[in-house]
Design a protein. Sequence first.
Length: 275
Amino acid sequence: MRSLSLQPDGTERTPEALRSYHVFKTLLEMGPGPHPMRRIVERTGLPRGVVRRRLNAMREAGLCCPTPEFPGHHELTTAVLGADSQHLLHALPGVQSRSRQYLSALQQQTGQIVFMHGHMLLDSPVRLCVECRGDSRPDFARDLAAHPTAAGRLRQAPLAADAPGLVILAHLDDNVSLSSQLRTIRALGYAISGSPLPGWSFVSVPVHAGPEIVGLEGLLGGARVVGAVSLLARTDDLERHVEAWLSPLRHGGRSLPASTTRPETDAHTAGLRAA
């Protein structure tokens, strides 16, 4: 079975959002100061045109800027350079690496496939798989082998495609005008939908982190959604057991270092079916 980690395997084209992340991570690794386009291209291994488009998108998002005194050079903005780069790296894709023990415990408790998705809002908003547990389960591996394109869509998809992205969308901004579907998800604190793998469905809750975890204390106020934790289960199993699984899914999120899920609500799951 193919890996469901953040990085795609060599047989797949790198999704645009992962290219943005790769360019951003490369600039972080290169450190402060202006860097020539030639060096950035060499370090990323991506075509020059791709790197230029990614840098333009990052500039629009306030992550990097050109250096007028050094034409053809780019550098990270002051806000990014002043942040804890490890926290920032984990927050932009979605999560902190210390959450792995929690994900393993959740997988053992429920027996289901556990995903943690982050998001990137550059260009078309997408959700990205940053961690997965339980993907060696025989029936999952068998179904994934029968539907090989599902691996890429489980790894990366538009935010509005399914429950992990929808629950992120519903919690992105307190002031945004939400659709009725997203308002329902926000009120319930979770989302349920089908998944890219036929016969399997997602139930997802948001993960929040304060600005001190994101690393942008001066720019962000209050808690910020940084991703989603999801169970992927056979659809018929999810329909039977979702009430039992929601409790560890929600409350386990409190084990995530310095991050929280939204409080549990009393609304019934029958009120929500994400399209």
